[in-house]
Design a protein around this ligand. Structure first.
Ligand SMILES: [Zn+2]
Ligand SMILES: [Zn+2]
Length: 247
């Protein structure tokens, strides 16, 4: 577990900072809140780290989901059951979380399905009802006010969380930091134009730290790095962006 700011902790995936399974964040303060839950099988680790900070599982009042992918909601059903926490997510991703729409996942040829079965099963997530739908511009009461930003592209209902008091952004998979700043997996990104616009939305915020679903938090020269990355993306995808604007 890594302390990112005095009130925000990152619980990393199995092979470090979310290389295998997404990072999970614990927001402390008056109201204990989890952000994302990792693949299924992370419940023991998450609750152990919660206890290490001096809390009990029932102190977790809310679980905010940045987007519906299985590496972020795999442990949600079990965690909701254990903690009785209220689940928050954007309405555009809620149908994938509550099972009305299927989770996208990797496909494999018939002959590989049996050996890969344990891996493929990770993408099947037990349906969970979203208790509170959160929209762009909503302000949540934790840590002095968390601003919800609707940042679609990776999924239709991806959100970023801006914590002005911590000067921190939790970017989910809108950005990744696998050794360097990058786009999320293209195979699992539904709309690249929206995705690039969403990265610009993050770049326009006033922050010192960015946390990612995958990779280590950026804590040095952060804003400059994100602004520069957004600029390079706009250059690279200039034609695609321009075509979208004229249609
Ligand atoms: Zn992810
Ligand atoms: Zn994702």
């Amino acid at each position: 577990m890594q302390k990112i700011t005095p009130r925000v902790y990152q619980i990393s995936g199995k092979l470090g900072a979310g290389v295998w399974g997404a990072n999970v964040f614990l927001l402390t303060g008056n109201n204990l809140t989890l952000v994302d839950t990792g693949f299924r099988g992370r419940v023991t680790q998450i609750l152990k780290e919660t206890r290490r900070l001096g809390y009990s599982p029932s102190d977790i009042g809310n679980i905010i989901i940045t987007h519906h992918h299985a590496d972020h909601i795999g442990s949600l059903a079990m965690l909701k059951k254990v903690t009785q926490a209220e689940v928050m997510a954007h309405p555009a991703d809620a149908p994938y979380i509550d099972g009305r729409l299927p989770q996208p996942g990797p496909t494999a040829p018939q002959w590989l399905r049996r050996p890969l079965a344990p891996l493929l099963r990770l993408w099947i997530t037990p349906p969970v009802i979203v208790d509170i739908l959160v929209n762009d511009g909503d302000e949540l009461p934790m840590l002095g006010g968390i601003k919800v930003l609707h940042t679609p592209g990776h999924t239709p209902g991806s959100i970023c969380l801006f914590l002005p008091q911590e000067r921190l952004v939790i970017a989910g998979d809108v950005l990744a930091n696998r050794f360097r700043l990058s786009l999320p997996s293209k195979a699992y990104t539904v709309d690249i134009v929206q995705e690039i616009r969403s990265i610009q939305v993050v770049a326009n915020l006033d922050f010192d730290v960015v946390c990612f679903g995958h990779g280590s938090a950026l804590i040095e020269d952060t804003r400059l790095t994100v602004v520069d990355f957004a600029r390079r993306l706009r250059e690279k995808y200039r034609t695609v962006l321009a075509n979208q604007e004229t249609t």
